[in-house]
Structures are given as structure tokens and as C-alpha cells.
Design a protein around this ligand. Sequence first.
Ligand code: SF4
Length: 335
Amino acid sequence: MTEHHKIVIVLSMKESEKREKPYYALDYYLREQFGGKVYKVALNAGMSCPNRDGTIGYGGCIFCSAGGSGDFAGDVHRTITDQIAQGIEGTKKFKAERYIAYFQAFTNTYAPIERLEAVYKEAIVHEQIAALSIATRPDCISEEVIALLTELNTQKPVWVELGLQTIHEQTAQYIRRGYGLDCFAQTVQRLSRAGLTVIVHVILGLPGESREDMLETISYLNHCPIQGIKLQLLHVLQGTDLAAEYEAHAFEVLEFEEYIQLVCDCIGYLRSDIVVHRITGDGPKDLLIAPLWSTAKRKVMNAIHHQLRVRSITQGCFLTEAEGGMKNVGADGFI
Ligand code: SF4
């Protein structure tokens, strides 16, 4: 066997592995990057959010629960090291060797730089931590923060997760996001120039948004230097202002079938090199008011995968190659 043949076989194995799911799934990306099973441990570093402490606003984003989107994160009263140990213990059955330290609750760059440095470094030196993932807002990323993250990125990969949710100004105001699209665009450019991995959160099913509006958000992101996306179903959680709106019948949540078709459309219109970190909602069941069908996560995932096959959709298949679609997509939709 020649070297050329060996390379072709390795590539075909990778492609067929990727084709287990017709999109660039996070589990495939993690195997590519780290060569084995990697899980996330969700951490709570005890930070607040300028959209809740009065700096920008008091109510927070309209959908945000009291836990600041970190309802699964660790116990804030414990050290980062303890939270990592607890997270590893909780996922022992999956037999992962390495973990991503996911700073999830509230805005994880919203603290003095010395404090940020201390918590990030506590996580990054842990021998089982393979990467850091930091959830934050684009208006809370100073040059000082970028310099710190850039330095850490030389030790282990650093991902920055930005909650954009939508590109549409009217919706952004309704959800009280508290920053404009220009701020997002500039921050993404700064993070990209620094060589940091950027993952963007998008919510599907926001009040007043049509299918076309949501696909416009995807199309906009295709033109941004981002490496990952989380597609999240809008969840109505107890105690949020969104719940009050929902109970007053101000809007309706997506139906199961509607969501399945929408996610398939988003994947078909998404640039093929963007890693898909999530395609469902992931809210806490005990706080969930609607849509209740989303608690059957396995059923939702299976329905999305089934529908992708039925419609022969692969990631980027509705785009031209120049727009970031996949090369050589066959009649059946697969490479
Ligand atoms: S930016 Fe995040 S933590 Fe802050 S209010 Fe919005 S969703 Fe909650």
C-alpha cells in the first residue's frame, strides 16, 4: 500500500465518522482535537452580570433564570478545583479522561482582571482539564481580558461563548439583551484576531421571529470569523419575565415538528466548517414551563437526525461552495 493510499483511507474513515451525523458535531470535533472522550464540567465562578446588577439593567435578559443560565453549573460556595472534582465524579460513568472547564453561570469575564486570572488559572492547571470555555457577553470583553485569554490560549485551548441569540434589533430589545449587533461584530473580530475560538449562542423560537428571521441570523454568522454555534430552543422558565409574557398569551412556543424542521433548515444553511455544539434546548426540567415536549431530549435528537436524512440535508448543503457549503455533495445529500 502506498503512502497516498494510506492517506486516502484515513481521510475516508474520518469522513465516514463525520457522516454518523450529517453535520460537524461537537463530539466529532472533540475526538479530532483531543483524540478521545472529553466532557464538560459546568462551573460557577460567582460572577454577576451587568444586565442584572444595574450597570446596564436590573431584570436581565427576559428568558434568564435566577441561576443566570448556569442552572447546571457547580456550587458557587466551593472552589473551582472542588467544582471540577465534583463534575468529574458526576460524569464518571462516561469514562472520559479529559474535561472542558465550562464557566457557565452569568457573565464570566465580568470581574476584576486579578480575579479572572485566578479562577481561570485554577482551572487550566488541573491535569484533567483539556480546554477552557468561557460564557460571556461581547460588551464585557476588554483588551485586558483578551490579553489574559490569549496568554492562557498558549497553554490550553480557550473558547469564548457569546450569547447573541438573534441579529434582529427589535427582538434584541424585546429580550433586553442590552448590546447592539455592532458590539457583537467588533468583539468577534477582536477575539478572532487574538486567535481565540468563538462559539455563538442562537435561540430559535424567540417571540415575533419568523423562520426567515432565524435563517438571516444563521446567514449573518456564516460571514463572521466564528468556529462554533449552539442552536437552542427557546425555553420558558419559571420566575422569568418571559414566563409572565407567555402566561399572558403574548406569544406561542414552537411546536415539536416546527422545531425539527427549523433545526434542519439551519444546518442546511450553516457554513460547513462551523462546529455544531448543540441542537436542542438544555434547560432545567424543574423550572421548565414550555415547551414541555423538549424534555424528551433523545426523541428530539432522533427526530432531527431522521429528518436530516429524509430531506438529504448536510451542513451547508443549501450554500454554494464559495459561501462555505460542502464540496461534492451527492444526489443523496452526502459527501
Ligand atoms: S447576559 Fe446572560 S447572565 Fe446576563 S441576563 Fe442575559 S442571559 Fe442572564
